[in-house]
Design a protein around this ligand. Structure first.
Ligand SMILES: [Zn+2]
Length: 75
């Protein structure tokens, strides 16, 4: 079962919660349901790494081919 990391919009608390189905957990600090799900573990890392890759290569080439723009490929 997946454990997701959440950030409470109301009090700023970060907490982890084991999620079953599409339940939205309540904040462990203030019981607010206004929480944002963070991508934990590898999902979070690959997103950060992808962001760096994109910004480093922006304007020069796309990640899927050597073209100078993505107009000619499916990316
Ligand atoms: Zn809270």
């Amino acid at each position: 079962m997946p454990i997701y990391e959440y950030h409470c919009e109301k009090c700023g608390e970060d907490f982890e919660c084991l999620i079953i189905g599409n339940d939205t957990p309540a904040c462990t600090g203030c019981s607010s349901k206004k929480v944002t799900r963070l991508m934990s573990c590898c999902g979070f890392v690959s997103k950060a790494a992808g962001g760096q890759t994109v910004s480093a290569s922006a304007g020069s080439s796309c990640s899927g081919c050597s073209a100078s723009s993505c107009a000619g490929c499916s990316h």
